[in-house]
Design a protein around this ligand. Structure first.
Ligand SMILES: Nc1ncnc2c1ncn2[C@@H]1O[C@H](COP(=O)(O)OP(=O)(O)O)[C@@H](O)[C@H]1O
Ligand SMILES: [Mg+2]
Length: 219
């Protein structure tokens, strides 16, 4: 992790566009060269806090996802900017658009929804439990693949996820009203997921479908 002075940081991010912010200020910046810097607040910049910082987790997860052939961002560097109590991750964008944006323009694309369900089953089979798995954090790439951004909060196990974790992850997936509105009247995602899941059983199918229906009703 590189130490950056505030001056260097300001220089690096000069004329950047803010892609996301929160009550603490700028959070995601697109630089003029189209690379992205994402900032994370750290309470203390002692080594422990930095080792377990979301920036570090982001970097580790990116590396693991690449090993698993799951498209994600390409890391450029990790920074620590002490004066503003931030760590940061600098990466190359994953080219494409958010699933949410795609569905805005193509709300009836059933093949797309089926492929999304299949993708979710695939990452679960690869051991990925993605806590930020909503439609804004999954990118649809120009070569028609799905990929993940916003990857600080995930666990990647060496084994295919068990049934309990699969169900739990659906609670993250069907969480945002805007997303659910696209899929409220269909179970295409769920059906495709279940068809792709090798460990599926009739009782799991039943639980899975019931849970998803309940989650969608909460919108
Ligand atoms: N790799 C990327 N490719 C394309 N857009 C990105 C990428 N990373 C971030 N963005 C854009 O920045 C926004 C915020 O990034 P994200 O990491 O999801 O932050 P947040 O924590 O605010 O959700 C995304 O919703 C997306 O519009
Ligand atoms: Mg996000």
């Amino acid at each position: 992790m590189k130490n950056l002075t505030l001056d260097t940081f300001n220089h690096l991010t000069q004329d950047s566009t803010v892609l996301a912010d929160d009550e603490f200020g700028k959070k995601v910046l697109e630089l003029t060269d189209h690379t992205i810097i994402k900032l994370f607040r750290v309470k203390r910049l002692i080594s422990q806090a930095v080792i377990y910082s979301p920036a570090r987790r982001f970097a580790n997860n990116a590396r693991k996802l690449q090993q698993l052939n799951i498209p994600t961002v390409n890391l450029i560097d990790l920074y620590k900017i002490k004066s503003i109590k931030r760590t940061a991750i600098h990466y190359q964008q994953l080219e494409g658009i958010m699933v949410r944006e795609y569905l805005h323009s193509n709300p009836e694309d059933e093949v797309f929804l089926a492929r999304l369900g299949e993708f979710l089953a695939q990452i679960h089979s690869k051991g990925v439990f993605f806590r930020s798995a909503h439609f804004g954090n999954i990118i649809y790439t120009p070569d028609k693949q799905f990929g993940l951004i916003d990857i600080s909060d995930m666990t990647i196990s060496r084994f295919s996820l068990g049934k309990y974790k699969r169900l739990r992850n659906m609670k993250h997936f069907f969480r945002i009203k805007e997303d659910i509105n696209f899929v409220y009247n269909s179970t295409i995602i769920e059906d495709a997921y279940l068809a792709a899941y090798k460990g599926n059983t009739p009782s799991f199918s039943d639980k899975f479908l019931k849970l998803c229906t309940e989650l969608k009703k909460k919108r």
